[in-house]
Design a protein around this ligand. Structure first.
Ligand SMILES: O=C1O[C@H](COP(=O)(O)O)[C@@H](O)[C@H](O)[C@H]1O
Length: 259
């Protein structure tokens, strides 16, 4: 099991600069090794924080990116609740406008025709993951190069909520739920086995509102919070926080970033 690194930055801007540096580094390494970079984004506040500088980073070869969602709401792609729509606004449209767009068949959004049935949508999404990872070989779990995770005040991550039966899911890569305690209730989510087989998992959180939750996970090791169970088997686990979010932590790691 991996040890986690916890980085904290004085401002939200510095946090975004560090994330730009780190994601660009992971992308460069993966492309040099495998000719592509597979990344999953969460929704909520994360895309704006991660993409603020990344979207203009000319050293990133976005043409080699395969983009997935760590979780998605079962809504149409133009709905205000859509995590896809959020990333379009924060990254995808900007790349197209600046002639560095990700090829559309490498952007793996939820199937809009299936949003009325979360289980069908989840199965379809699992097949999309399979089309990129399995090729002709049957694999047990996909190994994404990078999964970017947000965290809710209740400790949820992706759409894995406290006390939910999906926390026990061991077989499916992607699962559906229609009882999310946060709106909208119908969603699909990556499961723990996929999170924990990734090469690099990165939690991103900012603001005082997340402070108590982060302390419970990192210092108090509270097992009731879903984010506490993200622990990549072989991969790295990093936390990127701003000082408002990390204020009560007993310690953070020295920052290796050139900001
Ligand atoms: O519902 C969701 O919430 C979490 C946390 O969002 P935030 O706005 O508090 O950062 C997010 O990570 C997840 O993708 C989203 O569907």
């Amino acid at each position: 099991m991996s040890l986690s690194k916890v980085y904290s930055f004085p401002t939200n801007e510095k946090l975004s600069e560090a994330l730009n540096e780190y994601v660009a580094h992971l992308s460069r390494e993966a492309i040099a090794r495998n000719g592509r970079f597979t990344i999953a984004f969460s929704g909520g506040s994360l895309p704006a924080t991660v993409c603020r500088f990344l979207k203009d980073n000319k050293e990133v070869d976005f043409s080699k990116w395969y983009v997935f969602w760590a979780d998605e709401r079962c809504v149409t792609l133009d709905n205000e609740e859509s995590n896809f729509k959020l990333l379009r606004k924060e990254l995808l449209d900007h790349l197209v406008q600046t002639d560095r767009g990700i090829p559309p068949d490498q952007v793996m959004q939820i199937n809009e025709d299936l949003v009325g049935d979360q289980n069908a949508a989840a199965e379809d999404y699992q097949e999309k993951l399979g089309s990129v990872f399995s090729g002709t070989t049957k694999i047990k779990y996909p190994e994404l190069d990078c999964i970017l995770l947000g965290i809710g005040p209740d400790g949820h991550t992706c759409s894995l909520f406290p006390n939910h039966p999906l926390l026990e899911e061991k077989t499916k890569w992607v699962a559906g739920l229609d009882d999310s305690p946060k709106e909208p209730p119908r969603r699909i989510t990556l499961t723990y086995p996929v999170l924990n087989h990734a090469s690099n998992v990165v939690f991103v959180a900012n603001g005082a509102g997340k402070r108590k939750t982060i302390k419970k996970i990192l210092d108090e090791k509270d097992v009731h919070l879903p984010a506490s169970h993200v622990a990549p088997f072989k991969g790295t686990l990093s936390w990127f926080l701003d000082d408002a979010a990390s204020k009560d932590l007993s310690e953070t790691s020295p920052s290796p970033f050139k900001l």
